[in-house]
Design a protein around this ligand. Structure first.
Ligand code: NAD
Ligand code: TYD
Length: 378
């Protein structure tokens, strides 16, 4: 089956991993990456696929309705997968307006372009999908009622045998009421509501999925795991917010891409699916695993980088615990994460150490010139 898919935000972390997954698995699909290359967009990530005949990169903003509509008219996409967003909570605290503009108005302009284009076709919405990528952070924060962690009541075949904890008895379900706290999660919640409104009002075939924290290759080094790997390599302090007691549920990014692929093909329109691996960790514990792994792979003695841990002022409004219940996706569509957490962290640390040029390109600012350089030379 041939299909044309517009993937927005594909020069970022999850979008690029999704594009690699799709191009490898579906050589007949045409993928158009629409990305305006903010600080978080890194075109050098996409270099390995740039010259594929079934791939096109378009540098435009999802907030530019005319440009987006023009792209729809040129490419006649069957599907849109919307990853494009401002994604970092700390930045949203300093600059909430950019988050409202990109995440809310950007998603709305994309929805409207899709609506106008698809409604102009004889088949209308037949065979079309608007797939919106969201986060578990829209559900708010959970209590940390088991601070020492108990055996998780849920399991997956890839669940870690060593670490399989839950830090509270509640989990986010697809039916959990939205209760966002940060400007980031408020903007994502708002965009999710607009996507659902386009289904309920105009009949657009939409899907929303809410995923837990992702980790893996190509993540911008402002986020916990790549930041800490890079800081350990350069022997810089590791800033732990508050007491390091906050809990996040972590999923390897390729397992997220696999889930999107499955839901995209088999999921029901207008449904929401939660995606997560039942893999809760306190920040401080995850930081210790990262330190241990980096030290071992760099040939440092055990404990060598522990002294870099630096407790700093907590993030404002720091959500205590996220824990997602993804049993619906497991039961209805048979998805399971493929990697245990220890395997995923090992793979991730190795990737950053083996691809230091990718990281150095970002920290030097060189990556921001990549688009101009590449297009000048074509
Ligand atoms: P990222 O910050 O790494 O990448 C975002 C990409 O979007 C960048 O390439 C950027 O250039 C692009 N972009 C930003 N504004 C744009 C605009 N106006 N027009 C076009 N492109 C624009 O983000 P990520 O971590 O890959 O997250 C992708 C999506 O997944 C986001 O919607 C995020 O909310 C969601 N999500 C992320 C996580 C996570 O752990 N990272 C978890 C769940 C959901
Ligand atoms: P982050 O990777 O920013 O993801 P999110 O805020 O979307 O969960 O942060 C993960 C956790 O790590 C979060 O609880 C905040 C914490 N954190 C630190 O303690 N220090 C840091 O330098 C960063 C970036 C995050």
């Amino acid at each position: 089956m041939n299909m044309t898919i517009i993937v927005t935000g594909g020069a970022g972390f999850i979008g690029s991993n999704f594009i690699f997954h799709m191009l490898d698995k579906y050589p007949d699909y045409r993928i158009i990456c629409l990305d305006c290359l903010t600080y978080a967009g890194n075109l050098s990530t996409l270099e390995p696929v740039m010259d594929r005949p079934n791939f096109r990169f378009v540098k435009e903003s999802i907030t530019d309705r005319e440009a987006v509509y023009k792209l729809f008219e040129e490419e006649h996409p069957d599907m849109v997968v919307n990853f494009a967003a401002e994604s970092h909570v700390d930045r949203s605290i300093k600059d909430p307006f950019t988050f409202a503009k990109t995440n809310v108005m950007g998603t709305l302009s994309l929805l409207q372009a899709a609506k106008v284009h698809w409604e102009s076709l004889p088949e209308k919405y037949e065979g079309k999908r608007f797939y919106h990528i969201s986060t578990d952070e829209v559900y708010g924060a959970l209590e940390l009622t088991n601070p020492e962690g108990i055996e998780s009541p849920f399991t997956t075949t890839a669940s870690s045998k060593e670490h399989h904890h839950a830090y509270g008895s509640e989990f986010f379900l697809e039916t959990t009421k939205y209760n966002p706290h940060s400007p980031y999660s408020a903007s994502k919640a708002s965009s999710d509501h607009f996507v659902r409104a386009y289904h309920d009002t105009y009949g657009m075939p939409t899907i929303v999925t809410n995923c837990s924290n992702n980790y893996g290759p190509y993540q911008f080094p402002e986020k916990l795991i790549p930041l800490f790997i890079n800081n350990i390599r350069h022997r810089k302090p590791l800033p732990v917010y508050g007491k390091g007691e906050n809990v996040r549920d972590w999923l390897y990014v390729v397992d997220h891409a696999r889930a999107i692929d499955l839901i995209f093909h088999k999921g029901n329109v207008a449904e929401t699916y939660n995606i997560g691996g039942f893999n809760e960790w306190k920040n401080i514990d995850i930081i210790k695993v990262v330190i241990r792994t980096v030290d071992r792979l760099l040939g440092n003695p055990e404990g060598h980088s522990d002294e870099l841990i630096t407790y700093v002022t907590d993030r404002a409004g720091h959500d205590l615990r996220y824990a997602i219940d993804s049993r619906k996706l497991q039961k209805e569509l048979g998805w399971e994460p493929s990697l245990q957490f220890e395997e995923g962290i090992e793979k991730t640390v190795r990737w950053y150490l083996d691809n230091q040029a990718w990281m150095d390109n970002i920290t030097s600012g060189e990556y921001e010139r990549y688009y101009d350089d590449m297009y000048k030379n074509r």
